[in-house]
Design a protein around this ligand. Structure first.
Ligand SMILES: [Zn+2]
Length: 300
């Protein structure tokens, strides 16, 4: 980490930037995750160019900025990140870059009272799983851009408002779909605690094998705890996540099966990263829809 911070310091001090600034008259926005890049691409017009640091299937909890990323961070006009320590290993670098350019956190648009507390000022970072909450984060980004780039933000206004409408429709649709699962079966077991906001917003009890961050390893006690729960509530399906190795949730399945229980893998959910761009779950809305289909068809 020190080396990267030092590289940025050198770059800013001696060269102005690592990658040459693109003089195309556009505003270059660099988002940390693909989810953020997607909501911004869909909300802004062609006055902006939006790129993402992390690609499909990349776990943001574990992500460290590479030398190439340092160049991207230096040459972008604006950086947008999730915040709440989602990008836990990039905290220092984002702080440094923020001294020289506009760096905005999506989570700054969400009132603290709406965040899920994990105790002592720490909050669950997986805010994109409550669509109506996340739309507030997007509103915060748009308003901040409006302050710094009023002309370009104004020309994006229609695009932004249309996308906000789609988010609100998706929120209502998700609620309706989850209600198709009988109340007793609305238990979502996944690889890590990414779906807390989803559970709160759409009425599901959620349990993860690993905690809020994938940085912490899971142990045999976690497997036993989930296995007992699966048997107690006769849960039919549990879910792997695209950005977490599938062996974690498979070990729970094998443990339940070895002790005479029956549970299967309900499918793969996209939690902290999108699918590749050409796929249906390659966008935020597509990923939400794919998850809801997987959850409802496995638990109904
Ligand atoms: Zn996560």
């Amino acid at each position: 980490m020190y080396n990267i911070v030092f590289a940025i310091f050198l770059a800013i001090t001696f060269y102005g930037c690592v990658s040459p600034k693109k003089n195309d008259g556009k505003i270059h926005v660099l988002a940390t995750t693909g989810i953020i890049a997607d909501i911004l691409s869909n909300s802004l017009d062609s006055s902006f160019v939006v790129e993402s640091l992390m690609g499909p299937g990349v776990d943001p909890h574990l992500y460290k900025a590479s030398a190439k990323d340092v160049g991207l961070l230096s040459s972008a006009d604006i950086i947008v990140y999730n915040g709440l320590h989602l990008e836990g290993k990039m905290t220092e670098i984002l702080k440094k870059v923020g001294r020289h350019k506009l760096v905005i956190a999506v989570s700054d648009g969400i009132p603290e009272s709406s965040l899920m507390s994990l105790g002592e000022g720490i909050h669950d970072p997986h805010i994109w799983f409550d669509i109506s909450l996340y739309s507030k984060g997007l509103q915060h980004i748009y308003w901040t851009l409006n302050k710094h780039y009023p002309i370009q933000a104004k020309s994006s206004r229609d695009t932004y408002e249309k996308y906000q409408k789609k988010l609100h429709e998706m929120h209502a649709w998700t609620k309706q779909r989850i209600e198709l699962i009988p109340a007793k079966q609305r238990i979502l077991i996944t690889a890590h605690d990414a779906f807390g906001y989803f559970g709160r917003a759409y009425g599901m009890q959620v349990v993860g094998l690993q905690g809020i961050s994938t940085v912490a390893e899971f142990g045999i006690q976690d497997i036993m705890r989930l296995s007992a729960l699966i048997k107690q509530y006769s849960i039919r399906s549990i879910f792997i996540e695209s950005s977490v190795p599938k062996r974690s949730i498979e070990s729970v399945m094998y443990n339940v099966q070895a002790s005479g229980g029956s549970v299967g893998i309900g499918g793969q959910l996209f939690s902290d990263a999108l699918d590749s761009k050409s796929k249906k779950a390659g966008t935020y809305l597509g990923m939400l829809e794919a998850n809801v289909h997987t959850i409802v068809s496995s638990l109904k």
